[in-house]
Design a protein around this ligand. Structure first.
Ligand SMILES: [Zn+2]
Length: 128
């Protein structure tokens, strides 16, 4: 019985080769192991990236559970600049306690209160 000849393209080097089986994906054992290593490296990189995202998001997760926040934490939570938070405090829209020099704390419930008031404002202003 004649050997089955299947033309396939190597998934690693893109060379056309004669495969003995339809499931063969590489022209040689070398290509097979090279590609396998690359895939292993890719998954390592993906895992590292996922870990980085976790580390980056962790502070926000911590903030979410806190009752008292600093100005920077509040800024991070709402997603605006610290200057914007100071403006809100100075204009009286956001309640804050200055417990010592350069230490302003904001109660989480006051942030929620401010947000609610902003929503129920009867005449929404346009900022252009
Ligand atoms: Zn190959």
């Amino acid at each position: 019985m004649a050997k089955l000849k299947i033309q396939k393209v190597c998934e690693n080097c893109s060379k056309v080769f004669d495969a003995q089986r339809t499931t063969t994906r590489y022209c040689s054992h070398k290509c097979n192991s090279v590609h396998y290593k690359l895939k292993a490296r890719d998954s390592k990189i993906n895992k590292a990236n996922a870990d980085t995202i976790k580390v980056v998001n962790k502070p926000i997760e911590d903030i979410k559970t806190k009752e008292f926040l600093s100005v920077s934490q509040t800024a991070k939570l709402i997603g605006c600049s610290r200057q914007a938070i100071y403006k809100m405090i100075n204009s009286g829209r956001l309640k804050a306690s200055i417990i010592m020099v350069k230490k302003t704390i904001i109660k989480r419930s006051d942030i929620e209160l401010m947000l609610e008031q902003a929503i129920t404002e009867k005449q929404p202003r346009m900022y252009l």
